[in-house]
Design a protein. Structure first.
Length: 202
């Protein structure tokens, strides 16, 4: 395990990299990671960053927040990954993204909020749609947060962030198209069939 100094170096390096554009245009990405010794102000900043990533908005009314999970996180009893899970399993997330969207759109938004990327194609969409239909809302959320992909990219203490802008010839055009659309925010809509062949920005 890295010591505090090393972890803070990771954060500084990540924030330096975040100042650089990645992919099209001038888009850049901040990366936030909890480390031992964080101050109260830094923890509040991490909470805001987590709400911004998962909910699309760091400023929520108290009734819309997961106050108990926030307290446990601030006291060190809850990891960033478990805070992400608590927010994504909350009644407010369910209301905003599950009850207000078609199932396939809900799955797309889960990819964005929890893995920081767009779905890679029809098979991946169908896999998660099946989890949602057969196992329910909580199982669908857990399938991202407990995935090997999540652990490999974000670990226990990094706030998920958008990635996937470095498009290469080996990637599907669909993936690139999805990332561009999802990066516009939770209000963006994808119209057309699930394969994306007729999709356009809404």
């Amino acid at each position: 395990m890295r010591d505090v100094q090393d972890c803070r170096a990771v954060r500084r390096d990540a924030l330096d990299l975040a100042k650089q554009p990645f992919g099209l245009g001038q888009r850049s990405q901040e990366i936030f990671q909890r480390v031992p010794g964080d101050t109260a102000d830094q923890i509040q900043g991490l909470l805001r960053a987590t709400y911004r990533q998962v909910m699309g908005n760091p400023h929520l009314m108290e009734s819309e927040r997961v106050i108990s999970a926030e307290s446990k996180f601030a006291e060190g009893y809850l990891s960033t990954r478990e805070l992400v899970r608590a927010i994504a399993c909350s009644p407010e997330y369910r209301r905003r993204f599950f009850e207000s969207n078609a199932p396939y759109r809900f799955v797309e938004l889960n990819f964005k909020h929890l893995l920081g990327r767009a779905p890679q194609g029809r098979e991946e969409m169908l896999h998660h749609f099946t989890i949602l239909q057969e196992q329910g809302f909580d199982a669908e959320i857990d399938s991202y947060v407990d995935s090997a992909e999540y652990q490999a990219r974000f670990g226990e203490e990094e706030v998920p962030y958008l990635h996937g802008w470095n498009y290469s010839a080996g990637q599907q055009g669909l993936q690139f198209s999805y990332v561009l659309q999802l990066a516009r925010g939770a209000a963006a809509s994808v119209k057309g069939d699930v394969t994306g062949t007729n999709s356009r920005l809404g």
